[in-house]
Design a protein around this ligand. Structure first.
Ligand SMILES: *Cc1c(COP(=O)(O)O)cnc(C)c1O
Length: 334
């Protein structure tokens, strides 16, 4: 089977870089949704907890249940809102408040401009009133930036709106509320940080999709993907490889099949612009469901050690490359 190694040192390096920005590891909430961006939910939760991270963010309650002993708080972004000791639940709409279980811990998401989730600014008063009436425990208020990773002033007007939201929440008499709006791009680009929490996903895993002009913290990729050899053959000049025979051997060459394919979540791509592995080998012909062909006879090959670099080759972003990787690919910590 293809396998993944997780570089603990690099993960801790990234968390340290972010802690330097927040001033403390206590202010980091590690985002572990979607199998920790493909890195392995329980494994990454354990490492983060050992580092001293006390807060986590996931999508579903089931993910929170798998790691609940490791964190003080776990924010569940999108699931049924119920009463729970460790979990708080994001409120994404006024209907969410109606359907929430009495006594549940909630964090109100306010739409300051992304127009994806969260209550509208002019619904804020009503939302706060309903939260009180319904007997929910409001522990946080949050927003999400639509353009934290772009060179523009967009982030700043959203921030300004969120400052006004904070005032309204305080004026409504709520206390002990944690306010948070920053994701990785925001914490990496901003010089100052004065909120209670930063929700860090991609940055912790070693990537930044910020454009070059931001002088950001150096991050190191955490995940490396390897494939194992299945079979080797010597091709004669003119013999063709794989489905459709898209690759023709230009000379006599030694070619092996390796056990990674789109069934494992590896990108199929376009065989006319073959992916070049971390070791500099172009994938020969089409990617199969479970196999790729490479000119090598090594037992194991490193297919990728930098998802951002791979993403460039496939015309996508690092997030998509790592989250697509199947959760059953074996992982070990190095
Ligand atoms: C996924 C997510 C994050 C993390 O974003 P990164 O860009 O990976 O740091 C933060 N906040 C919310 C609400 C999210 O859904």
């Amino acid at each position: 089977m293809a396998f993944i190694t997780i570089n603990k040192e690099n993960f801790y390096h990234n968390l340290n870089q972010i802690a330097l920005k927040t001033g403390s590891a206590d202010k980091i909430a590690i985002v572990l949704k979607d199998n920790a961006y493909g890195h392995g939910l329980e494994l990454m939760a354990k490492l983060a907890s050992e580092f001293g991270i006390k807060h986590a963010v996931v999508r579903k309650k089931a993910e929170a249940d798998a790691i609940r002993s490791l964190f003080q708080t776990i924010l569940v972004l999108g699931d049924t809102i119920i009463k729970d000791k460790v979990c708080s639940f994001a409120i994404n709409s006024l209907e969410d408040i109606e359907q929430a279980q009495k006594g549940a811990k909630v964090e109100l998401k306010v739409d300051t401009g992304m127009h994806r989730n969260g209550i509208a600014l002019d619904e804020l008063e009503e939302a706060l009133r309903s939260i009180k009436e319904k007997g929910l425990e409001l522990i946080g208020v949050m927003t999400h930036f639509r353009s934290a990773d772009e060179l523009s002033s967009e982030l700043f007007w959203q921030q300004k709106r969120f400052e006004a939201v904070k005032e309204s929440v305080k004026n409504a008499g709520f206390t002990n509320i944690r306010f948070h709006s920053y994701n990785s791009a925001a914490i990496l680009r901003m010089k100052s940080f004065d909120e209670d929490l930063v929700r860090v996903g991609i940055g912790a895993y070693g990537y930044s999709e910020l454009p070059v002009p931001f002088d950001e913290a150096p991050l190191k990729p955490v995940l490396t993907l390897y494939a194992k050899k299945v079979a080797t053959r010597v091709l004669k000049k003119g013999q063709r490889v794989g489905y459709g025979g898209d690759f023709t051997a230009p000379k006599k060459m030694t070619v092996s099949t390796y056990d990674l394919g789109y069934g494992d979540g590896w990108c199929r791509g376009d065989s006319s612009k073959p992916y070049i592995t971390a070791e500099g080998l172009p994938v020969l012909g089409r990617v199969s469901m479970d196999f790729i062909a490479l000119e090598s006879d090594k037992e194991e090959l490193c297919v990728m050690n930098d998802a951002q670099e791979a993403a460039k080759q496939f015309g996508t972003i690092s997030y998509e490359i790592t989250t697509a990787l199947n959760s059953d690919i074996e992982k070990s910590v190095i």
